[in-house]
Design a protein around this ligand. Structure first.
Ligand SMILES: Nc1ncnc2c1ncn2[C@@H]1O[C@H](COP(=O)(O)OP(=O)(O)OP(=O)(O)O)[C@@H](O)[C@H]1O
Length: 720
């Protein structure tokens, strides 16, 4: 491995001391030498490096070990130590000192004077003064506003995070370290130039929560805040985008971009930009479009948005459809017959691609099935595909796991996807390639007319359109090099404000899910007896329900937090940190859930988190773990696994998974030694997703290039 690569991996994964290079040499910063105050533009290549956390100026914290691990094979992570201090860090510290020096003065000034200062900064920015020159005063103002309006004074480490974000980095900040507050710094500064600053997050809930939470800070400095929510009308969106700072989801920013573009084309006002100037945004004026260009975007949960969501492009459907009835009837027909098809005899599943393919006997069976007149007029090859899709849906898409059925707005039931990463309902999102319609057929609800594509954009293209891009994440971990490669955003690890005291207990492995849940219930009982609150994370709604039933059988009082229980979310979360509380949750208790511990809990050992399964991406596991040990609190967590876990199938393939499952069924006791197998499976899934993203990116790039060559708009002239 090259030194550079090693450094990136080390920085990104927080490897154990023995695995990591003992003392990575201080990296030179060839692009931004000390004192270089030039405006950082998104797209510059800056080498990622670790800030020197031993810095005395980053008071009050002196970070120690990241996580302690008791009773297992994992070694404690080493504290970061660097002999030299990099030029960039020197520059950042200098800025921090400038900010800190302004604090005493700002504290003495009244609210009106602070607001006037903010206004003056805006004039200077609009007049063309460099934002980097305004940063110290701007950040000092934001800190003072935070102290006054939210009773939260940005810590020095948050200031460093804010500076890194301004310079176009992805700041990796541990869960619970206060990303919401840190975001206000670059958003405020970039908003000064009057072109809007966007915060893109993962769901409507977080967009609203964060914007409302931070609003008093912004408003005290004369900065207005807009929030985009999925159901918003065009006029409301326009209003929100006209605000200095706009919070919304990446998805909505993408759809608004596409809708605006469709509108501009309809009005013949599309800029020559489509031929490749890449300048971003429109200058076309006009009052119909909702966005007013794309200037700065801060991506929250950067790895989730820039990486996980980047696997599927955002697509707006065209409305035209002539063969609706035929299509609907064929979906229903295929769904009705799907259960009659047997694996191996009628169809096979490709291990690599997970594609379902009919065997010759399967195709024969399709031909022999009874068909209505409409279905019969469908081409035979299409019928094979309908059946293959329906069989896949029948076997792989489960109610209350991947989706729920809910009464829709117009009185008709609808399928709503449960986002595996957030555990929340993914409003308005649909599966592609007919999967959504096949599920509707399976659930016997109205089938939404499949549409062609009117416009599409990939997540990569969307964010690369912002001339200034930055991101925050709790878990950039394995994604650092990918983020840098695709978005040219280096990942910077921001040290914690107080040394983390979260304890990792060794993994436990059981034969079956039921044996695992029994052991989980035992542990809940034990921890509960000490009075410590326990949070148990499950991978799906149905599993949260099973576990809840088992706890009820043991008379363990608990709450369930899942997508079917959103109304009580705030209430459940606010009580979850109390003495003896037990909460069973899906990933809804991941990012954005800030469980406050009652005072006495710290002395009892803090909250205990139990993870009952591995997710496809390790960072999702870390998000759940991050609910304990926040802000330097005490806390502990443990991973439970079983030999019938889904991750084994998706990572190691069905044959190996089946063998392990069979082994698990006869297993007595635990199989803790197998824990590494699960991590290996997880890494395989992560690598597969990585390859999928790279393939998508490659195809999109080629497609765009070709379309530009023939004068087409790559976002609007989309192939079906
Ligand atoms: N400077 C500060 N002063 C006081 N409290 C703070 C400060 N910064 C953050 N906090 C508190 O820390 C907690 C965590 O903040 P926040 O939810 O923004 O963290 P996060 O990094 O987004 O975490 P997660 O990734 O888990 O959602 C909140 O309760 C917040 O009030």
């Amino acid at each position: 491995m090259t030194e550079k690569k090693r450094k990136e991996t080390y920085m990104a994964t927080g490897e154990t001391q023995s695995d990591a290079p003992s003392e990575p040499p201080p990296a030179a910063d060839p692009i931004l030498p000390p004192g270089n105050e030039k405006e950082p533009m998104h797209g510059e290549l800056i080498d990622a490096e670790i800030p020197d956390v031993a810095s005395p100026s980053l008071s009050p914290a002196t970070p120690g070990t990241s996580e302690r691990h008791i009773g297992g094979t994992h070694k404690a992570l080493s504290p970061f130590s660097r002999k030299g201090v990099s030029p960039r860090m020197i520059r950042w510290r200098r800025k921090l000192t400038q900010i800190n020096n302004l604090e005493a003065l700002l504290k003495t000034e009244d609210d009106t004077t602070l607001r006037k200062r903010s206004l003056a900064l805006r004039y200077r920015a609009m007049a063309g003064e460099k934002l980097s020159a305004l940063l110290p005063e701007g950040y000092a103002l934001v800190r003072e506003a935070g102290r006054r309006t939210l009773a939260m004074r940005h810590y020095d480490v948050q200031m460093i995070g804010g500076i890194a974000l301004f310079e176009g980095c992805i700041a990796e900040m541990q869960t619970g370290e206060g990303k919401t507050l840190t975001a206000t710094l670059p958003l405020y500064l970039h908003a000064l130039v009057g072109k809007g600053a966007h915060l893109a997050t993962v769901n409507d809930y977080l967009a609203k929560r964060d914007a409302e939470w931070m609003r008093p800070l912004y408003e005290s400095l004369g900065v207005d805040v807009g929030i985009i929510q999925t159901p918003d009308e065009q006029k409301d969106r326009r209003k929100s985008y006209s605000c200095a700072v706009t919070y919304g989801t990446a998805k909505e920013f993408g759809f608004d971009f596409l809708r605006d573009r469709l509108l501009l084309r309809a009005q013949n006002r599309l800029q020559t930009e489509m031929l490749g100037d890449g300048g971003g945004g429109f200058s076309g004026g006009g009052d119909e479009v909702v966005m007013r260009g794309m200037h700065f975007c801060l991506v929250d949960e950067a790895d989730s948005i820039l990486i996980d969501e980047a696997r599927t492009p955002l697509i707006i459907g065209s409305i035209e459809d002539t063969v609706r009835d035929q299509i609907v009837e064929t979906y229903q027909w295929a769904s009705e017959h799907a259960p009659e098809f047997e694996e191996d005899e009628h169809f096979e599943i490709d291990d690599e691609t997970k594609q379902y393919e009919l065997t010759s006997r399967g195709r024969q069976k399709v031909r022999a099935l009874p068909k209505s007149d409409l279905v019969r007029t469908m081409g035979l090859v299409d019928l094979y595909e309908y059946i293959e899709r329906s069989v896949k849906v029948y076997l792989e898409f489960l109610l209350d796991r991947q989706y729920v059925v809910r009464p829709g707005d117009k009185g008709v039931d609808e399928i709503v996807i449960v986002d595996e990463f957030t555990g929340r309902l993914a409003e308005g999102r649909k599966w592609r390639d007919g999967i959504h319609q096949a599920i509707e057929a399976k659930e016997k609800i109205e089938i939404s007319v499949p549409t062609g594509q009117a416009a599409r954009i990939t997540v990569q293209d969307l964010f690369l359109r912002y001339p200034h891009l930055a991101g925050m994440t709790g878990t950039a971990a394995t994604s650092a090099s990918e983020l840098k490669r695709i978005y040219r955003t280096p990942v910077i690890r921001v040290p914690t404000n107080r040394p983390p005291k979260r304890e990792r207990l060794s993994d436990r492995v059981f034969g079956t899910i039921l044996a695992k849940y029994e052991a989980v219930a035992d542990e809940v009982q034990n921890v509960n007896a000490e009075g410590r609150p326990v949070l148990i994370g499950t991978r799906s709604i149905d599993k949260s329900v099973i576990l809840s039933q088992m706890l009820t059988e043991r008379n363990i009082e608990h709450e369930v937090l899942n997508a079917n229980n959103v109304a009580k979310e705030a209430e459940i979360v606010s009580a979850a940190g109390g003495r003896g509380k037990v909460t069973v949750a899906t990933n809804m208790a991941g990012r954005g859930t800030d469980i406050k511990l009652d005072d006495e809990i710290e002395s009892l050992g803090g909250m205990h988190v139990i993870c009952t399964e591995l997710h496809d991406a390790a960072r999702i596991d870390r998000q759940l773990i991050g609910r304990c040990g926040r802000q330097g609190d005490r806390g502990s967590y443990r991973q439970y696994l079983s030999l019938d876990d889904d991750i084994l199938k998706s990572g190691l393939g069905p044959d190996k998974a089946e063998k392990l499952k069979t082994k698990g069924e006869v297993l007595k006791g635990s199989a803790d030694k197998q824990a590494n197998l699960f991590r290996k499976a997880q890494r395989k899934v992560e690598r597969k997703h990585f390859r999928d993203r790279m393939v998508l990116m490659h195809h999109e790039k080629e497609r765009k290039k070709m379309q530009r060559e023939i004068g087409q708009d790559p976002y609007l002239d989309t192939p079906d």
